[in-house]
Write a protein that binds this ligand. Structure first.
Ligand code: HEC
Ligand code: HEC
Length: 345
């Protein structure tokens, strides 16, 4: 009797243990792709790359693994840091392999399923293809897809992880990219105070936040359109040209009218993602607001919206600015930047 009992117990333990091993590093989490009720329909067709727990976990491992760079030193997560809304906090231009500088400031990764265009110049329009750019860029990860596939195939764990995610140990570029997308598709940020107010979840703006929201709707929302806070158009905001090689959107379209135009960035989590603008030239929000008010350079490239007043720009009183900042603070989503399932450890 006792013997059987022990054997039973042992059996139970090993079942429990093996369950524990696969689930332990991750607390229970949900990879159901849910569209927040105040968001439009996503652009990405999730049915073509259904998110599974194993696919998500594989994508996550890849995202945080230096194996994607030539000398193993840089992962996607080196430049996209969760606590800073997946930007590279503190760097104007992002730093890649061997501390090489890139052309631009690292944007956050958030709500990517709703994006038609990626990068400041919109040069990539499919999330699944995005990773190829940082991986192969000399100043980011400086690696080739071929080498990555070879390294992953030889790795002790990856073949098994690909099997769990896709049914066989075969490691292909397509599977690799799809796994990375599965992870990033879950970077949904919709838990800010703003969202809760919009969804009538029993939260209200303070008087100052409400004033800021009014100023925002009047002076900013044409381009930073709700609820994603970008209309994904490309515009010139009258910044002095610092790098003539970075022609912005025109690098992609080769169209003169797009010279020095950049995509309208989302303002979600903006108060934790300094520095600002495509080259990170403004290290705080006051400098951005001052630029809109009185720093613009009027040129043939400047967006016509800013030319509606003379001198060009957006009239903002000190009171407007204070209220705007209070409103922008309501766009910070603490739950998102602390969400355990997205974090490296
Ligand atoms: C060296 C720093 C660096 C590394 C490493 C890096 N990125 Fe980025 N990432 C950037 C920069 C800079 C941009 C903006 C590029 C541009 O506009 O030209 C960007 C843009 C993006 C965007 C587009 C965001 C948007 O709103 O347009 C996504 C998605 C992204 N990166 C994902 C990744 C993934 C996945 C990896 C790993 C395979 C990765 N990044 C590795 C710096 C980095
Ligand atoms: C005509 C369109 C337009 C209007 C109006 C506009 N913006 Fe912008 N905004 C942009 C573009 C385009 C950029 C990126 C410019 C660049 O980097 O070259 C930007 C960048 C920003 C950034 C930096 C974001 C980042 O991630 O670096 C902030 C903050 C910002 N805008 C706030 C505002 C506020 C506040 C208002 C209203 C007072 C406003 N914007 C009005 C188009 C606009």
């Amino acid at each position: 009797m006792r013997l059987t009992g022990n054997i039973l117990l042992l059996g139970l333990c090993s079942i429990l243990l093996s369950c524990g091993e696969t689930t332990q590093p991750e607390e229970s989490f949900d990879v159901t792709f849910t569209v927040p009720s105040n968001f439009p329909a996503p652009v990405y067709d999730v049915s073509k790359n259904p998110i599974t727990k194993d696919g998500f976990l594989l994508g996550k491992k890849l995202f945080y693994d230096g194996i994607l760079s030539k000398d193993a030193s840089i992962s996607c997560g080196t430049c996209h840091i969760q606590s800073s809304g997946f930007t590279q906090h503190g760097h104007d231009l992002s730093h890649g392999i061997a501390d090489r500088l890139t052309l631009r400031n690292t944007p956050g990764i958030q709500n990517v399923a709703w994006k038609k265009f990626f990068q400041w110049d919109g040069g990539v329009f499919n999330l699944d293809l995005f990773a190829i750019n940082p991986i192969t860029a000399h100043n980011e990860m400086d690696e080739t897809l071929e080498n990555i596939l070879t390294k992953l195939r030889r790795h002790a764990h990856y073949p098994g992880l690909f099997k769990s995610a896709f049914g066989s140990e075969e490691i292909t570029t397509e599977r690799f990219l799809k796994a990375l997308s599965q992870f990033q598709l879950m970077f949904i940020s919709s838990g800010s105070k703003y969202d809760k107010v919009m969804r009538n979840e029993g939260v209200t703006f303070t008087v100052e936040e409400q004033d800021g929201y009014s100023v925002f709707k009047q002076k900013c929302a044409t381009c930073h359109t709700e609820p994603l806070f970008s209309d994904e158009s490309f515009r010139n905001t009258g910044l002095a040209v610092r790098n003539q090689n970075d022609k912005g959107r025109a690098l992609i379209t080769l169209n003169e009218k797009d010279v020095y135009a950049y995509i309208v960035p989302s303002l979600r989590n903006i108060m934790i993602t300094a520095p600002y603008m495509h080259d990170g030239r403004f290290d705080n929000i006051d400098k951005v607001l001052n630029h809109y008010e009185k720093g613009m350079i009027d040129s043939p490239y400047l967006d016509s919206i800013f030319k509606q007043q003379n001198p060009a720009g957006i009239a903002l009183s000190e009171q407007d600015k204070t209220a705007l900042k209070a409103f922008l603070h309501t766009l910070t989503d603490q739950e998102f930047v602390q969400r355990r399932m997205l974090s490296e450890y």
